[in-house]
Design a protein around this ligand. Structure first.
Ligand code: T4K
Length: 373
């Protein structure tokens, strides 16, 4: 029998290290009075993350949204950028903030990532970049995207907000494209409360990005570009150093929850879990399911039903970005051109997944879903 949860179960719950292990970091900050502007913890975290993620250069940011803004600035992107409507709104907002025009193309029905076969038809003489998202941490078809980018001399900036530690067929997805942007928000697999990062291949590019996140200062008296204040503080960086010690075990626990959901949901008609094809290493950051017409309830009815049991899934990503008022007038936002994204957005439900979620809670969530069949 499904049970009403005594405490609310949200889509996620941030992972935190033992508090007493954080105190020595705070003591160091109190002693040194170095609180921000790329201090020692910031530098240590950049080094540690390069090693952990297997990437050559990383620039820490206050959050992924500002990192995305800086990424487009660093590459001098102009005109139109081809992107997915099936993402968190920050993806496209980064374009508008840079005076760029998003051009939405449809997603692949299996991965729900930008469909590479739709990209070429959207390229015009104004196109200068592609902004795909590794949605839910599922790798994009990086090879096909790169081929198109090379053919038309376009830059590729990956929104890798969900893809911490994810590897595809060619290793870390974070080494793909020109730049990749990570989020370390509280709701992510690896969190620094708020935080983000840009991964770059070339030290000169990292140098430019580091200047851009510090107002554009090259030195005390020279400002080389219209930079922003995007620096990660020492407090966030110190937390990141500590979180890094625990992230592997957190991913293992997430993997167990993912496996339990898949096993238990497999017998429920009308509920489809997304494949993990092409992932050599997953981070299990989200657990999206698609509720189709074979299920007796609509997605929204199931969402409300779970809420009535004090379980709070989320409809990531509904509405589509292209439906928000600042995008909906764009020609590429027309629903007719984005049938798969619309369909997914109307069917998706992200079920709770986080390391502390017990397998008995997972069983109860599945029981609530199954109880309507
Ligand atoms: N690109 C993509 C593809 C993204 O998904 C995101 C962010 C970005 C870029 C931008 O990254 P950042 O600039 O944020 O670094 C959340 C997050 O705020 C957002 O970071 C994330 N994607 C998005 C998918 O989800 P909301 O508005 O759904 O969050 P909220 O506050 O409703 O939190 C969800 C649940 O998590 C809550 O019901 C309870 C739990 N929670 C949340 C927070 C913040 C906690 O237990 N503790 C907390 O501190 O956007």
């Amino acid at each position: 029998m499904p049970k009403h949860s005594v405490t609310p179960i949200y889509v996620t719950r941030p992972e935190l290290p033992p508090l007493d292990e954080f105190i020595p970091y705070l003591e160091k900050m109190w002693d040194s009075r170095i609180l921000t502007n790329c201090g020692p913890f910031h530098q240590q975290l950049e080094t540690a993350l390069c090693q952990y993620l297997g990437v050559p250069n990383i620039s820490l940011f206050a959050n992924a949204t500002i990192a995305l803004l800086a990424a487009f600035k660093a590459l001098h992107i102009e005109g139109e950028v081809i992107t997915t409507p099936y993402s968190f709104v920050a993806t496209s907002h980064a374009l508008l903030w840079n005076g760029l025009t998003p051009v939405f193309t449809d997603v692949d029905p299996v991965t729900l990532n930008l469909d590479p076969d739709k990209i070429e038809a959207a390229i015009t003489e104004k196109t200068s970049a592609i902004l795909p998202v590794h949605c839910y941490g599922h790798p994009c078809d990086v090879e096909k995207i790169q081929k198109i980018a090379d053919k038309y001399k376009l830059k590729v900036i990956y929104d890798a907000a969900h893809a911490f530690g994810v590897a595809g067929d060619h290793g870390s997805v974070l080494n793909e494209g020109d730049l990749s942007v990570l989020s370390f928000h509280a709701t992510k697999v690896f969190n620094t409360f708020e935080g983000g990062a840009i991964i770059s291949a070339d030290p000169a590019m990292k140098h430019l990005i580091d200047d851009l996140k510090n107002f554009g200062f090259e030195d005390e008296v020279s400002v080389i570009a219209t930079g922003i204040n995007g620096k990660m503080s020492e407090m966030n960086a110190a937390l990141g150093l500590l979180q890094l010690k625990y992230v592997d075990q957190a991913v293992v626990k997430r993997g167990q929850i993912d496996a339990r959901y898949r096993e238990k949901l497999s017998s429920i008609k009308g509920v489809r879990c997304l494949d993990r094809n092409g992932q050599q290493r997953s981070n299990y950051s989200y657990f999206p399911v698609l509720i189709d017409a074979h299920f007796p309830l609509s997605r929204d009815a199931l969402y409300l039903k779970l809420k009535s049991f004090n379980i709070h899934p989320r409809r990531y990503f509904y509405p589509l970005i292209s439906e928000f008022e600042m995008y909906s007038k764009l020609a590429s936002a027309d629903k007719a051109g984005l049938p798969i994204a619309h369909h997914a957005s109307e069917m998706v439900l992200c079920l709770p997944i986080y390391p502390d979620l017990s397998l008995s809670d997972v069983d109860n969530i599945v029981d609530i879903i199954a109880d309507v069949t």
